[in-house]
Design a protein around this ligand. Structure first.
Ligand code: P5A
Length: 439
């Protein structure tokens, strides 16, 4: 992509309405624009990151045996009357009346809709477990939408649902998802801490929130530093044998607690030099709620002996759009965003410091083509801005690697490579730069 044609409306000033770094940087980097309170448009740079995150989430769901589908944003109120949540949900639910005067709503979550699909199609224990998910926009009329897309009213969620025959297999589904979440966040360069949680309006009696440490986060977390040392991506998980010990490591003696639980207990069991107390952002939450919805909505199957059994359910959410903000919050400096490579909107920013100069244009064009042929996503700054402005923009939008091509370097036969995260710079010949970047 050429920067001269890329829609990237960056801002020089820090927007006054943005109180935290991620919101400021996402506005300044031309990633999002507010359309009304808590409702945002995703501009091309932001949309690229959102899609990258969504894809990582999708891959880990698929690998865990959940199947992707797509449910609508608009739901009939009657289903929510069946579960009893239509009145419970209160003002947070956006209620809509269609032209036939039917009560509809913009879904804040999908337990009712998925249970309706399930009960109409699955009738035998032989079809369990049924494991489904979708990635769809939700609407919650939050009292205080704030921090940009972090607490929006419209937001993108991945929500999964499991239907099992009994408690044991339902717990297995829960545990599998638990590990999938650890892997998902680790792939985005995040250390997410699972914490026992209240179930709120979703209901049920077992729940964990996944919290990313950040000073501006809304949740309080106490955790053992030993948890952050575990490398979940290096763990090989054989679901049958390794799941329980792995879960035990995260939820057992090292487990995090929040202020609703017992900080004294935390101090009793975690040595002082390993105590992490801080704030964090909730990027996901998992729930086991047994037969809460299956009972009220009549989702049962015939068991092995022919008796009708209410199915055991769980639901599992990830804030896909919130994750964009959480990653920026966790990874930035004074110059701007520092994208982990796995979610970066482009792999490489290629700066032509003297667009219009024949040698610079040719060197930039050649390297651009070669990198693209090697499968890398490159943003080529071919504009005639001054060098200082080009550097500032590249730092702001945070691409992991920068390659700088200028007339002086070219005379010496080199280009400069800069690593955005470490700030380290070094020079290489264009050919060596190509092999370095494609290695
Ligand atoms: C689990 C999936 C649920 O709704 N039902 C289906 C369950 N859980 S949840 O915790 O309420 O939401 C899941 C994740 O969505 C993100 N989230 C938000 N993101 C941005 N703005 C909001 N207003 C918002 N509300 C929830 C969070 O990451 C949450 O963990």
């Amino acid at each position: 992509m050429r920067l001269s044609r890329f829609f990237l409306p960056t801002l020089k000033e820090v927007p006054a309405e943005a109180k935290i770094a991620s919101h400021q940087l996402m506005l300044r980097a031309g990633m999002i624009r507010q359309s009304s309170a808590g409702i945002y448009s995703w501009l091309p740079l932001g949309f690229r990151v959102l899609k990258k995150i969504e894809q990582i989430v999708r891959e880990e769901q698929d690998a865990t045996g959940f199947q992707e589908m797509l449910m609508p944003t608009i739901q009939p109120a009657d289903l929510w009357r069946e579960s009893g949540r239509y009145d419970d949900y209160g003002k947070e639910m956006l209620r809509i009346t269609d032209r036939h005067n039917r009560d509809m709503l913009y879904g804040p979550t999908n337990e009712e809709l998925i249970t309706d699909i399930f009960r109409r199609s699955v009738h035998s224990y032989k079809d369990l477990p049924t494991l489904l998910y979708h990635i769809q926009w939700k609407f919650r009329d939050e009292v205080r939408p704030r921090f940009g897309i972090m607490r929006g009213r419209e937001f993108l969620m991945k929500d999964s649902y499991s239907f099992d025959l009994d408690f044991e297999s339902a717990r297995r589904s829960y545990n599998k998802m638990f590990v999938a979440y650890l892997r998902t966040f680790a792939r985005m360069g995040l250390k997410a801490i699972p914490m026992r949680a209240d179930t709120g309006p979703i209901g049920g009696d077992l729940s964990h929130e996944f919290i990313v440490l950040a000073d501006t986060g809304e949740s309080e977390v106490f955790c053992d530093a030993a948890l952050l040392e575990i490398d979940v991506l290096a763990e090989t998980v054989d679901y049958e044998d390794d799941l329980e010990p792995l879960i035990e490591r995260w939820t057992g003696p090292y487990a995090a607690v929040d202020d609703k639980h017992d900080p004294a207990d935390f101090e009793a069991r975690v040595p002082e030099d390993r105590r992490i107390k801080g704030r964090g952002i909730e990027v996901g939450q998992v729930f086991y709620f047994g037969s809460k919805y299956s009972k009220s909505m009549g989702a049962s199957v015939a068991g092995a002996n022919g008796e009708e059994v209410d199915v055991e359910m769980g639901s599992y959410g990830i804030g896909v759009s919130r994750l964009v903000g959480a990653i920026v919050e966790a990874s930035h400096d004074d110059g701007g965003i520092i994208w982990p490579a796995s979610v970066a909107p482009f792999d490489i920013g290629l700066l032509n410091l003297k667009a219009g100069d024949a040698a610079c244009d040719k060197a930039a064009q050649d390297l651009y083509e070669s990198l693209r042929i090697a499968g890398l996503d490159v943003l080529l700054d071919d504009t005639s801005e001054r060098a200082g402005a080009k550097f500032a923009t590249m730092d702001l939008i945070g691409l992991p690697k920068q390659v700088v091509i200028g007339p002086r370097g070219l005379k010496a036969g080199v280009v400069e490579i800069k690593d955005r995260a470490t700030g380290k710079r070094f020079e290489l010949s264009p050919e060596a730069a190509l092999s370095y970047l494609t290695a």
